[in-house]
Design a binder for this molecule. Sequence first.
Ligand SMILES: O=C(O)C(=O)C[C@]1(C(=O)O)C=C[C@@H](O)C=C1
Length: 309
Amino acid sequence: MSNTLSALASSSEEVQELPALNFLGPPGTYSHQAAFDVFGDSVHYVAKQTISSVFESLSPELPFGIIPQENSTNGSVIETYNLLRCEFAGRDSFVRGETNLSIKHSLVVRKNVKIEDIEHVFSHEQALGQCKAFLKGHLPRASLVPTDSTASAARALLNPPSESFDPFKSAAICSTVVTSLFPGLEVLHTGIQDGESNMTRFYIVSYGADARVPWQTPPIYQKRALIRLLPDRDSLAWDFSRAIKALNIPISRIDRRPSLSSPTFHDVYFLEVFAEGGEESDVTWFDRVNQAVERLKQEGLESTVLGIW
Ligand SMILES: O=C(O)C(=O)C[C@]1(C(=O)O)C=C[C@@H](O)C=C1
């Protein structure tokens, strides 16, 4: 077993004195590997069943978490942005940092299952979306079934969740790490992701804005912030340039999700902002972001800081 792998296997054991970190389980997911890269053995890993429960269960007892935010092939992780629009984001829970992981997917089956036997492919919807070319080329007739995580898809091959699930006609898309964590599985194909450089970016989140993040390897990116913006409801002619002008900070990305409130097509926006490299200022990055949010509010734009890092 490699060092990382043995650590992933043992990291679920209870080590209560360390701060807890929620991750999308079971062990062997990419979230778990990304967390291990930055936290190593400085946290107690707590597996959750969904990305939503990673974020929603943050509390004084479970103060840290990791959630996938974007993939370089398949785009934004919708479940994460849906969570960030909830009122507890920016009130109780905050983004505190980020980390990237290179993602290499494998097609995994129960031992002795052949590619021609496969009728169903199970995985997290992000992973299914990152392997479209392989699936079209090798398994064009297979049904694609979304699961809570890549590792839970692999685990289901060994513990079928229902009688209709036939593990001898099924495959999972996941990391090869999973085959060592769950004996009885084997890899049919590796490197099945579309494109060579398939990268996922994760947000590190915490309960409260001030809890000290127990990094073992601190990430390199700094001076970023995430701001949620909800334009006035009755403005028919919503002009985004108003927000950009009031903000007056470089914006690296803008995401948009339905606000779920009326009128229709009233959306919530997420703006990720950053300080340019080498920028010298008497004002701290924290104050600059808060002052920018004050300017947005003076413009009548409801805005919330979801994290400064
Ligand atoms: O299912 C996993 O293994 C995860 O950690 C989730 C997730 C995601 O939602 O983006 C993380 C990285 C990969 O992009 C595929 C899936």
